[in-house]
Design a binder for this molecule. Structure first.
Ligand SMILES: [Mg+2]
Length: 179
């Protein structure tokens, strides 16, 4: 496993972030369906501020099958993501674009992680993105599989035997800022 410190990471690298469990608190067995459900994880706004100057592109890739299940709408999600981007920006951070997959797990949609569709959407928008010079930060196995399939450097929030892991996005940002 190549560690962050062994990679020559500069601003031409791209940062892919999962959302729930990385930026905001994940809700077990439910979805963040409205603004009142959305809560930043402690330190994640500071982390995004630290990461802002380090990467030309910072994108979020998030599975949101609550839409496919009909428990929330595209508009509900848009409102949440507008608030997310505004708060991140007001705190000195940056998110260049958020990609979401609304499909049910059972749909086998190409956008649903661990499938790689959202990464290719991002590269269509930002052709400079090089997956082999990208970091995927996520809290679930499907995030790691998504990044592995694309040849990305994967970073797990939480425990992982097979991937470099950190307690939080803040700890990751701190680690990468000192190298
Ligand atoms: Mg997650």
């Amino acid at each position: 496993m190549k560690l962050l410190k062994d990679l020559n990471i500069d601003s031409t690298w791209t940062l892919f972030l999962d959302r729930d469990g990385v930026i905001n608190e994940k809700i077990e067995n439910d979805y963040v369906k409205s603004l009142s459900d959305f809560e930043f994880i402690e330190g994640s706004l500071e982390a995004l501020e630290m990461l802002e100057p380090m990467f030309d592109y910072i994108v979020v890739v998030t599975n949101q099958q609550g839409i496919g299940k009909g428990v929330m709408t595209e508009v509900d999600l848009l409102i949440i993501h507008q608030k997310l981007v505004i708060e991140v920006t007001e705190n000195g951070g940056r998110i260049d674009k958020i990609y979401h997959c609304p499909n049910l797990a059972a749909d086998n949609a190409p956008c649903r992680k661990p499938s790689t569709g959202m990464a290719f959407q991002a590269r269509e928008d930002f052709p400079e993105i090089d997956f082999t010079k990208s970091i995927m930060v996520g809290d679930s196995q499907s995030d790691m599989e998504f990044g592995d399939r694309l040849g990305m450097k994967c970073v797990k929030i939480g425990e992982d035997e097979h991937h470099e892991s950190f307690e939080s996005l803040f700890h990751f940002a701190h680690r990468i800022s000192i190298q």
